[in-house]
Design a protein around this ligand. Structure first.
Ligand SMILES: [Zn+2]
Length: 242
């Protein structure tokens, strides 16, 4: 059954009302407050990750250096023990050799003391970094949990909005089925260009889309147009319903 042109335009107004509700729902979906909060959490996590990486690199450098120095100290200690053992073994009897060995033990002991001082410096430098790494790990866990919680809330809100959106869209499509194809195409094109409002009522000589009063000549032409003619407000380009 073909609808009369008046009914078609009234239907198109209803289609537009549904489209505007759908636009609002989509906007609401985009601007779910938890979305911005979750983005903050993800930014914090990225910063922590960066900080963690840099700190870990420095910490592991110091850790490697500490182990190398410990090995070197152990090697010097072993050498001292070796010389010490031969010194008291009685196999060396020349006083000159014994004196030389004694001198070497003293030199090695001095060297070891310097190495131990350096080792302590490295350990002192590494300690706060280790503490910082633990702190970063802890903070990361807190932000991750919060991001997860917000992600859950976003998904819940999206689900609710999507439900509403599906309902509105189904109603809109049912209405749009009663509007001729070419009129719908014109409507969509105008809607995209005119901020979502393509069709509007003409009331008391005023276009309700742009709120401008129509000049009397244009009003006259609209009044005398045949039924079913597509009428547009020349100023804003919107479809008008008499
Ligand atoms: Zn207008």
């Amino acid at each position: 059954m073909a609808l009369s042109s008046e009914v078609i335009l009234e239907t198109l107004l209803e289609v537009q009302a549904a489209d505007l509700v759908a636009d609002q729902l989509r906007h609401r979906r985009e601007s779910i407050p938890e979305r911005a909060l979750r983005a903050d959490q993800l930014r914090a996590l990225a910063a922590l990750d960066e900080e963690g990486r840099t700190t870990a690199v420095r910490f592991h450098d110091l850790d490697r250096s500490q182990r190398r120095q410990e090995d070197e100290i152990a090697a010097v200690t072993a050498k001292i023990t070796d010389i010490d053992r031969s010194l008291y073994s009685g196999t060396v009897s020349s006083p000159r050799d014994l004196q030389a060995m004694q001198a070497e033990i003293e030199a090695l002991t001095r060297r070891r003391a310097l190495m131990e001082e350096k080792l302590i410096e490295v350990m002192e430098e590494a300690e706060p970094l280790g503490v910082a790494l633990a702190g970063i790990e802890e903070a990361t866990a807190v932000h991750q949990a919060e991001a997860e919680r917000l992600g859950f809330l976003i998904a819940e809100a999206e689900k609710a909005i999507d439900g509403e959106l599906a309902e509105v869209t189904a109603g809109r499509d049912a209405l749009a089925a009663g509007v001729p194809r070419d009129l719908l195409v014109t409507y969509e094109r105008l809607r995209a260009r005119l901020g979502g409002v393509a069709i509007t009522r003409l009331e008391a000589g005023r276009c309700l889309g742009c709120h401008l009063a129509l000049p009397s000549g244009e009003l006259d032409a609209i009044r005398h147009a045949p039924p079913g003619a597509s009428l547009f407000h020349e100023e804003c380009g919107r479809l008008l319903v008499r």
